[in-house]
Design a protein around this ligand. Structure first.
Ligand code: C5P
Length: 228
């Protein structure tokens, strides 16, 4: 068993069961709360988003949704990276490079950060990944293409439903055959999602803008258009 900030992973034969917890954290774990139903909402959103991606030719860990808060998933050897795809400027992009919140980028930008709270998830280029032995150039390039394709598919889904996907974070692993596979979660915790200036993602929690669960429930309702 492995326990992270928001999920518990247990072995299940050749596969795993991921249990989503009700914990919500921000600022590398500095801010932390427990919110009822948060785990089940993020789990079901992840299940439906990954099902949608599977149906559109993306290889994901998702096998089965076990209500309310568990996923049956492929076992992966995770690569310790956060892979962020940005359509608009926000958050750490603006802190690093300037610009204004919500400003369009000319094309989708893929960034790698090293998943390490103590080092505050430093930004990395492909050279860092190779030199530090995190992954090969070939796998890194495959991840860039997969992340861009997945983000564009999700943006299309949200566009069709009147929402704007500003950015999103993915995590990847290698399956038992060494194939790159999308893992972790896809939820309002891991994306910036806006509609008519309103925030439907973890920025509600990060910036103390009210009850995030009410917003997350709106996203879940939208995702229920995708059948399981
Ligand atoms: O903070 P930043 O602008 O780098 O975040 C980009 C996107 O990645 C946001 O959607 C954010 O929610 C997500 N993210 C995440 N987990 C992190 C850092 C960022 O899901 N540890």
């Amino acid at each position: 068993m492995r326990e992270g900030k928001t999920k518990i992973v247990e072995e299940f034969g050749d596969d795993v069961i991921l249990r989503f917890k009700d914990d919500i954290t921000a600022g590398d774990g500095a801010k932390h709360d427990v919110m009822e139903n948060k785990g089940s909402i993020c789990c079901e959103v992840t299940a439906r988003m990954m099902k949608y991606l599977n149906e559109n030719g993306i290889y994901t860990m998702f096998l089965e949704y076990l209500p309310p808060n568990k996923l049956h998933a492929r076992k992966l050897t995770m690569i310790p990276l956060e892979v962020i795809v940005r359509f608009k400027k926000a958050g750490s992009f603006i802190r690093r490079y300037g610009g204004t919140d919500g400003e369009d980028l000319p094309s989708p930008l893929v960034e790698f950060t090293y998943k390490n709270d103590e080092l505050h998830d430093p930004l990395m280029c492909v050279e860092h990944l190779e030199v530090l032995g995190i992954t090969t150039r070939q796998v890194a390039c495959e991840i860039i293409e997969e992340a861009r394709r997945s983000a564009i598919l999700l943006k299309k889904f949200f566009d069709q439903n009147g929402f704007e996907l500003w950015d999103i974070k993915f995590e990847y692993g290698l399956d038992q055959n060494g194939r790159v596979c999308l893992g972790d979660e896809i939820s309002p915790d891991t994306m910036r999602l806006r509609r008519s200036g309103q925030i439907f993602d973890k920025d509600v929690y990060r910036k103390d803008l009210g009850n995030p669960i009410e917003k997350y429930e709106v996203v879940l309702e939208l995702c229920r258009n995708i059948s399981l």
